[in-house]
Ligand binder design. Structure first.
Ligand code: PLP
Length: 418
């Protein structure tokens, strides 16, 4: 019989990894309390739970003025609009990320200019970003991807040189710190998602961290149908209702869930961080596995998924084969996003979005040179679920044993894939 679970052999991990989201009676009570209060959402915004969430989230990240909203996509659209960025402006984004990093600027009318990633971290390549700058460049969105942070020192330097707004996409980086400073508090804005799979969740939701009370007031006004706001203790937005607003308000029920999650978050993040170090050491001994660079300035490593790379030639197979075999072994994993230039959504021929159709010259994907993103997305990257890191050393040991077992049986797997 084959050793591999994918061919009917014994699984490397039979016990299920811990479930996500984690919840207990505190969540039930928190939501029940909101239901009984009769204040489920609406305005004046924010309601009491949402205001408490804003305060607690800024405390968690160690700064910034929080504006909760309905998800971690509109947070980015709103940030750009609050900064006055819109139709025809260019916003630099990395080629390796969830599509929201590019659709959000488009929703504001701006053009996402896609640049390659740094293979050492899979985050934006700052030199590639610099080469992409034109007089129309207004903002840059570094994504703290998977388990890494973008080089925020280099990004802030670049932003200063070219007067760019920096919007950190922190959908994967709740609790992470760079040189002791919280993700999302280094740039002008930090955008966080509270969607179900994220490490702080309210089912759906998002929080925009703003550097100044004025930016926060403007963002709050945009998401609250244009009403004037004085969030974060700043002055009321002098534009008041003149701001073109919409309704992106978070409900009180969701805020209550996120508040319950915040209490558990530090212990979960600490456990993940400790086990990530343990995983780094174990993986670095496997031939053909490349542990992504952990920059020493990334002082608190709080993460969404643990990402590593394989060299398919040396490891003995492509990443998709490894992931299918790992799944069968009981190790939850994913090959990650496709490179941005492969997203149908942005091709002018197939897109229903206004921006690719209005500016087709920016979306000539065949002419783009994004080799590092292509390598990561098509051959190398492996994303391990966060729950592996909440299952103690045994959780990590089982995952590592599975990777070794699969590599040992690479020939059998590759022969079957042919
Ligand atoms: C990198 C990244 N940015 C933005 C988002 C968007 O967040 P949301 O799903 O809350 O809109 C996600 C979420 O999946 C993400 O992974």
């Amino acid at each position: 019989m084959s050793e591999l679970a994918i061919f009917g052999g014994p699984k490397s991990r039979t016990a299920a990894y811990p479930e996500w989201p984690v919840w207990d009676e505190r969540d039930v009570q928190a939501v029940t309390e909101v239901i009984r209060s009769g204040r489920w959402g609406g305005f004046p915004y924010p309601g009491p739970k949402t205001a408490e969430l804003a305060k607690k989230f800024s405390e968690l990240q160690g700064g910034g003025f929080s504006v909760p909203m309905i998800n971690g996509t509109v947070t980015m659209e709103v940030a750009l609009r609050a900064a006055g960025i819109g139709w025809g402006d260019e916003v630099i984004v990395p080629a390796y990320t969830f599509q929201a990093t590019a659709t959000a600027p488009m929703a504001a009318g701006a053009i996402p200019v896609i640049v390659d990633i740094d293979p050492k971290t899979y985050c934006i390549d700052v030199r590639a970003a610099e080469k992409a700058i034109t007089p129309k460049s207004k903002a840059i969105i570094p994504v703290h991807l998977g388990s890494n942070m973008a080089d925020m020192d280099a990004i802030m330097e670049l932003a200063e040189k070219f007067s760019l707004i920096v919007l950190e996409d922190c959908a994967h980086a709740h609790g992470a710190k760079w040189c002791g400073q919280g993700a999302g508090t280094i740039g002008h804005f930090g955008s966080f998602s509270l969607q179900s799979s994220k490490t702080l969740s309210s089912g759906e939701g998002g929080i925009l961290l703003c550097r100044t009370p004025e930016l926060a007031a403007r963002a709050a006004s945009i998401i609250d149908c244009g009403r004037p706001h004085a969030l974060g203790g700043g002055a009321e937005d002098p534009n008041g209702f003149a701001v073109q607003g919409t309704n992106y308000r978070l409900s009180e029920l969701q805020a209550a869930l996120a508040l319950a999650g915040i209490e558990r978050f530090p212990a979960q993040a600490k456990q993940r961080e400790e086990m990530a170090l343990y995983m780094d050491e174990a993986l670095s001994e496997i031939p053909g596995v490349r542990v992504l660079k952990h920059d020493e300035r990334h002082t608190t490593r709080s993460f969404y998924r643990y990402v590593f790379a394989i060299d398919p030639h040396q490891f003995g197979m492509e990443h998709d084969l490894l992931c299918s075999a790992l799944d069968a072994e009981g190790i939850n994993c994913w090959i990650g996003y496709e490179a941005m230039n492969n997203y149908e959504l942005f091709q002018p021929q197939t897109s229903t979005l206004a921006v690719p159709n209005a500016f087709p010259e920016y979306f000539k994907f065949n002419e783009m040179n994004l080799p590092e993103a292509a390598r990561a997305c098509e051959h190398e990257a492996v994303w391990l679920d966060e729950n592996i890191f909440r299952a103690g050393a045994k959780g990590v040991d089982d995952a590592v044993a599975a990777i070794k077992k699969i590599q040992k049986n690479a020939k059998e797997l590759s022969a079957d894939a042919k």
